[in-house]
Design a protein around this ligand. Structure first.
Ligand code: SAM
Length: 478
C-alpha cells in the first residue's frame, strides 16, 4: 500500500511518458556520469567501487581533475549512503526502496554534492538535474530538482541535528548517523575501543569512524634481502614508514601496481599494519628449530611474500595454504623467487603434518571492518549476521593452526577487524580449548604507541595510520 503522501514533498513522476522525453542532448559531464555508472555497478552487480570506478575511468580515458572529481563523488557517495538516505527519506514522497535505482543514485549523488562538497549549491543541483534530464526526461528532472532543493534547505550539520538521536542520550547512534556508518559497526568500534586498555580520548569513536572516510596512502613493503626501505623510498619518491622497517609510504596518485619496483618484485603493495603483524610473528623467539614456516590463509599473498622473504634470509622455508584456486595463483605470483610452496587446500584439513611447523600465520577471513577506508561500499554491504559464521570459521582455522605448529612454536592469529567477537572472542575460546599461552605481542611492535594492556595488539587507522589489524601471538604448550 502506498503510504499517504505529504503534499509538500516532491512527487515522484514515475517513468517518462509521451512527450516528456529528452529535450536536449545529454550534457557532457564525464566525471559525474562515471560516478553514477560506478554507483549502478555497486548496486546492481555487487561490484567493488574501488575496482569498478577506476576501470570506467581507464575505459573512458578520464584523467586528471576529472578523474579526481569522479573518484571523490563516486567513493564519497558510496560511503555516505546511510546519511544521504536518511536525509532523502525526509525529502521524497515515498519510501526510498520504491524509488527507481538509477534515480536514487542520482539523488544520492546530488545530496552528497550539497552536503559534503564545496561545489556551490546551484551547481550541485543543476549538474545532477541536467544528467537526469538527458537520460530520463524533463518530468523526472523536475522531480530531482525539487527533492534536491529541499535537501539544500539545511547543511550537513543541520540534517544531523534533525535526524540523529541526541548525542548525550545515544552517543553511538548519534555518531553512527553523523559519520554515516551502520549502527552495529559503530557499536563494534565503541566496544573495541572501550576494551583496548588505552584511555580513549573524548572524541575517539568519532575519530575512528571519521578515519574510514579518509583515502589511505599507498604503502609499499620492500622485499627483505633485496632492497632497504630507504633505497625503496629514494626509488619511488616515497617516505620511509614510521613503524615498519620495510615500509614506504607513497604520495597520492598513480597506479602503484605499475611501479617498476613492484613489477621487478623488489617491493609489493601492503598496508603497514599488515607488514607489522607479519613482522611480529617472525620476531618472537622460538626455542629449537626455526626452519619451517606456514601461512594458513595466504591469498592474495602480501604477508606470504614478506614472510617468505624473511624466511629465506634465515635459511627457512614457507608453506602457503589457500582455499581458493585463483587466489592461490596470486600467492604464487607474489612469492615468485622466494622459498615458498603454495598449496590449494582448506586450512582446516590441509593434509600438512600436525606439529610440522615452527611458526604459523593464520590471517583469517573476516568482516573486514578494519579496512573500511579501502572499500567505499563495504560498510553497507556487510551485515551483522555475517559475524557468527565467520567466527566459527576463524575458530576452526585457529585450532587447525595450533595443531600444525609444534609444541613451543608460535601461531600468529591475525584479522583485519576490531570486532571483539572476531578478535579476543576467538582467541579466548581457542586458548581455553588448547591451553595455548598468549604471548605479550606488544614488544614485537617496536616504536608503536597506544597499544593498551596487551597481550594482543589492536592497530587502528586513527591511532596508527594503518588498517585496524588485530594480532595475538599464541605459543603451543602441549
Ligand atoms: C584475510 S585473507 C588473507 C590475506 C593474506 N594473508 C595476505 O596478506 O595477502 C583470508 C584468505 O583466506 C582464504 N580462506 C578462506 N577460507 C579458508 C580456508 N578454510 N582455508 C584456507 N584459506 C581460506 C580466503 O580465500 C582469503 O584469501
Amino acid at each position: 500500500m502506498t503510504p499517504p503522501r505529504k503534499p509538500s514533498r516532491p512527487r515522484h513522476p514515475g517513468p517518462p511518458r509521451g512527450r516528456s522525453g529528452p529535450r536536449r542532448p545529454p550534457p557532457d559531464d564525464p566525471p559525474r556520469r562515471a560516478a553514477l555508472d560506478a554507483l549502478a555497478a555497486v548496486r546492481e552487480r555487487d561490484a567493488y567501487a574501488n575496482l569498478a570506478l577506476p576501470a570506467l575511468l581507464r575505459e573512458r580515458r578520464i584523467t586528471g581533475r576529472d578523474a579526481a572529481l569522479a573518484t571523490e563523488l563516486g567513493y564519497g557517495t558510496c560511503r555516505a549512503q546511510g546519511l544521504l538516505d536518511a536525509v532523502l527519506g525526509g525529502c521524497v514522497d515515498r519510501p526510498l526502496p520504491e524509488v527507481d535505482g538509477d534515480l536514487l543514485d542520482a539523488l544520492r549523488l546530488g545530496t552528497y554534492q550539497l552536503l559534503r562538497t564545496r561545489i556551490p549549491p546551484h551547481a550541485a543541483v543543476a549538474s545532477v538535474v541536467d544528467l537526469v534530464r538527458g537520460s530520463r526526461g524533463s518530468a523526472t528532472a523536475g522531480f530531482v530538482n525539487a527533492v534536491l532543493r529541499r535537501v539544500g534547505e539545511r547543511d550537513e550539520a543541520g540534517w544531523v541535528a534533525r535526524l540523529a538521536p541526541p548525542r548525550d542520550e545515544d552517543p553511538v547512534g548519534h555518531l553512527a548517523l553523523a559519520h554515516s556508518h551502520p549502527r552495529w559497526i559503530a557499536q563494534a568500534f565503541a566496544d573495541a575501543l572501550a576494551s583496548s586498555g588505552v584511555k580513549p580520548t573524548a572524541d575517539e569513536l568519532a575519530d575512528a569512524l571519521a578515519a574510514d572516510d579518509d583515502r589511505p596512502l599507498v604503502h609499499l613493503a620492500a622485499r627483505p634481502g633485496e632492497v632497504s626501505a630507504e633505497e625503496l623510498a629514494a626509488m619511488t619518491g616515497g617516505e620511509p614508514a614510521p613503524y615498519s622497517p620495510y615500509g614506504v609510504h607513497l604520495g597520492d596518485g598513480g597506479d602503484p601496481g605499475e611501479l617498476p619496483v613492484v613489477a621487478e618484485h623488489l617491493a609489493h603493495v601492503q598496508d603497514e599494519g599488515s607488514q607489522l603483524v607479519a613482522l611480529a610473528l617472525a620476531a618472537v623467539p622460538v626455542p629449537g628449530s626455526d626452519a619451517r614456516w606456514l601461512d594458513l590463509c595466504a591469498g592474495p599473498g602480501g604477508k606470504a611474500a614478506l614472510l617468505g622473504a624473511l624466511a629465506g634470509t634465515g635459511g627457512a622455508t614457507l608453506d602457503a595454504v589457500e582455499r581458493a584456486e585463483h587466489r592461490a595463483r596470486l600467492v604464487s605470483g607474489a612469492c615468485e623467487g622466494l622459498p615458498v610452496t603454495v598449496h590449494v587446500a582448506d586450512g582446516r584439513d590441509s593434509g600438512l603434518p600436525d606439529g610440522g611447523f615452527d611458526r604459523v600465520l593464520v590471517d583469517v577471513p573476516c568482516t573486514g571492518l578494519g579496512a573500511l577506508r579501502r572499500r567505499p561500499e563495504a560498510r553497507w554491504r556487510r551485515q551483522p549476521d555475517d559475524v557468527a559464521g565467520l567466527v566459527r570459521l576463524q575458530r576452526e582455522l585457529a585450532l587447525a593452526a595450533l595443531c600444525l605448529v609444534r609444541p613451543g612454536g608460535i601461531v600468529g592469529y591475525v584479522t583485519c577487524s576490531p570486532h571483539l567477537a572476531e578478535t579476543v572472542g576467538v582467541v579466548t575460546d581457542v586458548v581455553h580449548r588448547t591451553g595455548a599461552e598468549q604471548v605479550d605481542a606488544r614488544p614485537y611492535f617496536p616504536g608503536v604507541g597506544r597499544l593498551g594492556d596487551g597481550p594482543a595488539v589492536q592497530l587502528w587507522p586513527h591511532r596508527h595510520g594503518t588498517d585496524a589489524m588485530f594480532c595475538s601471538l599464541l605459543r603451543r604448550t602441549r
